[in-house]
Design a protein around this ligand. Structure first.
Ligand code: IYR
Length: 228
């Protein structure tokens, strides 16, 4: 039986987190770091199928992220239909062509050279799934009233972080793609007016021979300060 209590008329349940010994805590923190540190953004996907129930679980994990006032202000739109993927690829490439040929600053293009990206986005048709994440600035109640959400960017960013971790944990790969501007996604996917595209995430297995840029990650002392 769950321990419950009522505070000011609201139900609470006893929280029983998993707690480990100090040794096991250290071991688990290291193991998780070593696993997640192997995650890489990939741009070369295989068309090898992935069970939709895997995708369902990845989205369940993402949607367990914390959010402002627990509003869960997100919609994960899962696209596997080849005709829709083609439409998305064509629209994304049209925007990206313009970005790479004038909209991005010379400094930005220079910064992207080590990644060797360009306006061509074949992965949008090759990956078995595109998860298009939409943020909901407000909810629309059944009677049509609008209700604002809180910390929407922070919340949806956290959910995407959870999603990427879940994808990696399942042995799959992803790309956090940000075609810009990306309002074409609202149109193609016929999303309601309260949803705005946030990230376009192809998901699947990477191609048999995939190369990723030889990047270094910052050391702990470059990303953290300890004030004790
Ligand atoms: N959206 C473009 C350009 C791009 C921008 C950044 I910042 C990247 O880290 C990678 C790519 C594209 O997807 O190619």
């Amino acid at each position: 039986m769950e321990d419950t209590k009522t505070i000011d008329g609201f139900d609470f349940i006893r929280y029983r987190p998993e707690v480990f010994s100090p040794e096991e805590t250290l071991q688990r923190s290291r193991a998780f770091y070593e696993s997640i540190n192997r995650r890489r953004t990939v741009r070369d996907f295989s068309d090898r199928p992935v069970d939709i129930e895997v995708i369902n679980n990845l989205i369940r994990a993402a949607s367990s992220a914390p959010s402002g006032a627990h509003k869960q202000p997100w919609t994960f739109c899962v696209v596997s239909n080849p005709a829709l993927k083609k439409q998305i690829r064509e629209a994304a490439e049209k925007e990206e062509y313009e970005s790479y040929h004038g909209r991005m600053t010379p400094e930005w293009l220079e910064d992207l050279k080590p990644l060797q990206t360009d306006w061509k986005k074949p992965f949008l048709e090759i990956a078995p799934y595109l998860i298009v994440v939409f943020k909901k600035a407000y909810d629309i109640l059944p009677d049509g009233t609008k209700k604002n959400n809180y910390y929407v960017n922070e919340s949806v960013g956290l959910a995407c972080g959870f999603l990427l971790a879940a994808i990696h944990h399942a042995g799959l790969c992803a790309l956090t793609h940000t075609p810009s501007p990306m309002n074409f996604l609202s149109k193609i996917l016929q999303r309601p007016e309260n949803e705005r595209p946030f990230l376009l995430i192809p998901v699947g297995y990477c191609a048999d021979e995939t190369y990723v840029p030889k990047l270094e990650r910052k050391d702990l002392d470059e990303v953290a300060v300890f004030l004790s």
